[in-house]
Design a protein around this ligand. Structure first.
Ligand code: FAD
Length: 500
């Protein structure tokens, strides 16, 4: 059931008006803080803090801490508001607009192990642009860069580089965090390590990240971007799994499930060139379910020839449909920021601000065949709304001390269903229909005992959260009592309720 509730803004506690902050509180016209990308949950806060300094955030949380149990007041950090089910909202509480901290300067540190020190309200696209001035870039990305550092580090931050570098949370040296008691704490592997690991993938439960030091590498100038097609899931998956281990492999490995599409290759032609145009023109997608392997190899113009050779060697090891090799060459920024171009197109057609009933699952490798047969072959057969991403990752690149929850096996797949709901739906693209598909997928995973874990998890009861965390629950709850004992932070995750 979708909860679509708009609570009236109550009069904000007058005590906030008297707090001394460098930024300011706004008590009216805070509708933006009751919206997110999911566009299904809308809870108005009592006030929004637009902080100018870390001490603004600490002062605000300390104030709520001092008010004590007895009050329902909670605090949510809001990054870029790209949550899906109200996770960055605080019903009648205080929302902290983290992007207003972003005026603080980013500092790139060169040397053997370069890193950038950034405010957690910064967007990844801005970090990329700044680091490129020094010929450097972060190593691990999300597919979309208009998300904040604090928002993605609270989940994991995954894209096609994760098989090599791990998620974004595996590429952080140090954090500055304001805990649920209003204490400002610096943490890293060496210092306050329990808080450091807890906050990474911690769904905002233990503290608000205010700064992060992110590990960097030399940035390439160009990317060779490749797409090939398969008609059979097992061959597609075999090749993906081969590529995540082979030497000199691609720098980015993802995949897409393509359902009910005709004229597919014709559409690609605006940005991808077929290797063999004659054969490619004979290929007809014809509504069949296809699997598209998407690859990228980074390079600098002076190494173009070597990159071509390496790419050819890698491609010769794969079993894709030969006529479906498509290649494009773009700048590194164009490649990393590719979803933003899609965003602009969708915005121009009024399709960006619709409800997004997305579902992201991490599926153990040994269960993928069964999952693909039932979900792609049966449950999703009559829909073609939004991309479905599928790509493997290896657990060895993740740190098991963080809060993130993964399937049991060493290799697992990210499967992301990313539809948007049409306002005047036909039979199979309305919100209720899409939510019912998600439920069918989740029910199947449960019934077949696949050991699937949700990424960007959404549950409404603590029992479901306990099941999600499994053996990690005790540690998660212990960290909550240590760092946010009144359960003030991130109420929109619905894991803990503030005692009143
Ligand atoms: P918000 O939605 O503002 O916040 C998310 C959660 O984090 C909330 O609980 C909030 O309270 C908490 N939070 C925010 N800032 C802080 C902070 N500084 N300290 C502590 N807690 C904080 N994810 C991937 O991993 N890979 C992808 O490729 C990817 N692509 C995406 C593409 C799109 C178009 C969208 C909408 C989302 C995508 N996501 C992806 C999911 C995205 O990473 C998460 O939704 C992320 O939380 C959004 O970041 P945000 O800055 O908008 O956070």
């Amino acid at each position: 059931m979708v909860l679509k509730l708009r609570l009236c803004s109550s009069t904000a506690p007058s005590s906030f008006k008297a707090l001394q902050v460098d930024g300011h509180f706004s008590f009216f016209q805070n509708e933006f803080a009751a919206r997110d990308f999911g566009n299904q949950f809308h809870f108005l806060p009592s006030a929004v803090l637009h902080p100018k300094s870390v001490s603004d955030i600490a002062t605000t949380i300390r104030h709520v801490w001092q008010i004590g149990p007895g009050s329902e007041l909670t605090v949510a950090a809001r990054g870029h508001g790209h949550s899906l089910q109200g996770q960055a909202q605080a019903p009648q509480g205080i929302v902290i607009n983290m992007e207003s901290l972003k005026g603080q300067e980013m500092q790139v540190h060169m040397g053997l192990y370069p890193y950038v020190d950034v405010s957690a309200g910064k967007l990844w696209i801005d970090i990329l642009q700044e680091c490129l001035k020094f010929g450097l870039a972060p190593k691990s990305w999300t597919d979309y860069l208009h998300l904040t550092v604090g928002g993605t580090l609270s989940n994991a931050g995954i894209s096609g580089q994760a098989f090599r570098h791990g998620p974004q949370i595996s590429n952080v040296n140090q954090l500055e965090v304001v805990t649920g008691k209003g204490e400002v704490v610096i943490c890293s592997e060496e210092q306050n390590a329990d808080l450091f690991h807890g906050v990474l993938g911690g769904l905002g439960q233990f503290g608000i990240i205010t700064r992060a030091q992110i590990s960097l590498e030399p940035a390439p100038k160009m990317v060779k971007w490749i797409r090939v097609l398969y008609s059979d899931f097992d061959t597609f998956a075999k090749d993906q799994e081969h590529l995540i281990y082979v030497e000199n492999t691609f720098d980015y490995i993802e995949g897409l499930v393509i359902m009910n599409k005709t004229g597919l290759i014709h559409n690609w032609r605006s940005s991808f060139n077929p290797q063999d145009p004659v054969k490619a023109s004979r290929f007809v997608s014809d509504g069949r379910t296809l699997f598209c392997l998407e690859l990228a190899k980074n390079f600098n113009p002076e190494n173009a020839e070597k990159t071509d050779q390496e790419t050819e060697t890698l491609l010769s090891q794969l079993d894709y449909i030969p006529s479906t090799l498509f290649v494009s060459q773009v700048s590194y920024v164009e490649f990393l920021d590719r979803v933003h171009s899609a965003e602009q197109k969708l915005r121009s057609r009024g399709l960006w601000d619709l409800p997004h009933p997305w579902l992201n699952l991490l599926v153990p490798k040994s269960k993928m065949h069964n999952f693909a047969q039932v979900v792609f072959g049966n449950i999703l057969r009559d829909t073609s709304n939004g991309p479905v991403l599928v790509y493997p990752m290896n657990k060895s690149r993740w740190d098991n001390r963080t809060s993130v929850v993964l399937p049991e096996e060493d290799i697992f797949y990210m499967v992301a269903f990313l539809p948007h709901a049409i306002p005047s739906p036909t039979e199979n693209d309305g919100l209720q229909y899409l939510l019912s598909l998600n439920n069918r997928i989740l029910d199947f995973c449960k019934m077949a005992n696949l050991g699937v874990k949700q990424y960007l998890p959404f549950y409404t009861t603590q029992q479901e959260w306990r099941e999600h965390f499994g053996s990690q629950w005790e540690d998660f709850a212990r960290r909550k009592s240590a760092y946010d004992p009144l359960a003030i932070l991130a109420p929109g995750q619905r894991i803990f309720r503030k005692a009143i």
